[in-house]
Every structure is written in C-alpha cells, then in structure tokens.
Design a protein around this ligand. Structure first.
Ligand SMILES: [Zn+2]
Ligand SMILES: [Zn+2]
Length: 298
C-alpha cells in the first residue's frame, strides 16, 4: 500500500510564502493498493494529482474516489481534475448522501452555470456513484470500512485494509466528549494540558476503529487554546489524535487539515509539541505533520 499526500490544508486553499513547505492545497490523498487506485477527497490537491496521473498512465485511468464529506475544501478540486475531461477514463465516486442533497446532486451542483462554466455532464469520462453509509464494502481486493465522524453535517472516516496493512483516514473530526457540553470553562484546558484528557463514547468507538493502523491521518486543525473558541466547528486540537494514536496502538500518525492561519513554522511547532507529548508517554508512536508531496510505503 502506497500513500501520497496531494493536499493537507483545511477550510480553504492557502498559498503564499508562509505555507510553502507544508503546502496550501486542501484535502486529497492518493492510495495505491496493487493496481487499485483510490483517491481520498477531492480538495484542490486533486488538480496536481490529476496532472501526475496523466504523466503516469498511458492507458485509460480507472480510479475510485472515496469522499469523507462535501464541505468545499473536500470537493472544490474536482472541476479542475483533468482526467475527468478525457473520454475512456472511469471514476467511481463513493460517498454518503448529503444532509439536503443526494450524492450525485452535490457533484453536479458545484458545477451549475452560476458557479462554473462547464457542467458535470460535460466532463466526458465515465462517472458512476456508489452511495454508502457506515459499514464495510470492498473495492477490488481492498477492504473498506466506513464510520460516521463527529463533524457538522455528515462525514465519514475510512479504514482501508490490504494485504495485512491498514491505513485510516479521519479528516474532519472533533473530540466527542468536549463537543458534548463538557468543553466550556477551564476543565478542558486543564485536562488536556495535564494529559488527563477525557473521551466520550464516539471517541472510544473511534479508537477501536483505528486500532493497529500502520498509518493514521487525523484532523489537528487547532491548538487547545484555539479550540475553546471553536467548540462545535467539527475539528480537533492536536493532543486528541495523539491520544487516539497512543490508545489505538497506531504505528504512525500524520497530523492533517492544517488551519489556513497556521504557517509552516507554526506547523513545525505543533509537530514538536506532539512529539514532546508522545515522549512523556514513553511509547513508540511516530508522529509528524502531513505535508504536500509526502509519500509512505506501508
Ligand atoms: Zn475540511
Ligand atoms: Zn468539513
């Protein structure tokens, strides 16, 4: 299983001098399992992936898009995904229904004339939809498990298993305990800073879901101080994925969905803070912030 990051930013593309090292593109991760190509989310990073696929493939491209959810930062790159403009290419788009619209309407809706000059139907590649919900299914010989996350609207996290390797993608997710009425006041700051974080039922279930992963990608948009003002917005302070990684006995954690306000030096500091926390726990969890272009062979 080979995993490559094409977009690691949350909320909005954030180009500029301050984000050159980690990258400014929004969520997109490529996973290759043998001949099966899976693309997790279609944020602005999918544009670069599309260009790379055109360089790599001589024959028609077949890929599966596995969508976490449909907030702009996870779908906005699709209209610029050049392989979808080439006849003969085939894409299967897997995702849950939206809160208001069915899956297909969401993709078509962001390309109606008010928003975009070319319609979804005018993209000549073959595009089929597979509506999914929580549960297991297979893409060729890859086992996919989907689980609802704690995020406004509907969002799915994924566990991919292939030939004994496990990759988990939990892009937009908030700690359940602290978003369920326990986040106000000083307790949150004190508990998290002192390493006595509390977990809710959804958090415990998520630890089971990611257990033993070779690689876990998880939302780490905020510091805990920032989170206090953003409870219910659907994102995590970075101590939370460390806790999940430790309790889930994960091998490697990649911090993901960097806040657009966070420049490269701030992302460096977040990585260092996470590693300081891990070293206190005396456990073999490797952790670093995800950056565009990073690649891992599991
Ligand atoms: Zn997002
Ligand atoms: Zn979101």
């Amino acid at each position: 299983m080979r995993v490559k990051f094409w977009g690691v930013r949350g909320s909005i593309p954030s180009p500029g001098q301050g984000t050159v090292r980690y990258g400014g593109n929004t969520a997109c991760v490529e996973v290759n399992c043998g001949d099966t190509l899976i693309i997790l989310d279609a944020g602005s990073g999918i544009r670069l992936l599309g260009n790379d696929l055109l360089r790599r493939f001589q024959s028609p491209i077949q890929a599966h898009l596995l969508m976490s959810h449909f907030h702009w930062d996870h779908i906005q790159g699709f209209p610029f995904f050049v392989p979808a403009f080439i006849p003969g290419n085939k894409f299967t788009i897997h995702g849950c229904e939206g809160m208001i619209q069915p899956l297909q309407n969401i993709f078509e809706g962001q390309m109606v004339p008010d928003y975009f000059p070319i319609s979804f139907q005018e993209m000549p590649a073959e595009k089929t939809f597979n509506r999914i919900s929580e549960g297991d299914f297979k893409i060729n010989d890859v086992k996919i498990s989907a689980r609802y996350l704690n995020h406004p609207g509907i969002a799915l996290g994924y566990r991919l298993e292939h030939q004994g390797k496990v990759f988990c993608f939990i892009s937009d997710n908030e700690p359940h305990y602290y978003s369920s009425g326990n986040g106000a006041g000083a307790n949150l700051l004190e508990e998290v800073r002192s390493g006595a974080m509390k977990l809710g039922p959804m958090d415990e279930a998520l630890i089971e879901f990611i257990e033993g992963a070779n690689l876990l990608v998880h939302d780490s948009q905020y510091s805990v101080e920032e989170y206090v003002a953003k409870i219910g917005w659907g994102h995590s302070f970075f101590q939370f994925p460390v806790e999940l990684g430790v309790l889930g006995e994960v091998q490697r954690l990649l911090l993901f969905h960097h806040d657009p306000m966070r420049n490269d030096d701030m992302v460096d500091r977040m990585g260092a803070d996470c590693n300081a926390l891990i070293s206190q726990k005396n456990i073999a969890l490797r952790c670093q912030p995800a950056a565009e272009g990073m690649e891992f062979e599991l």
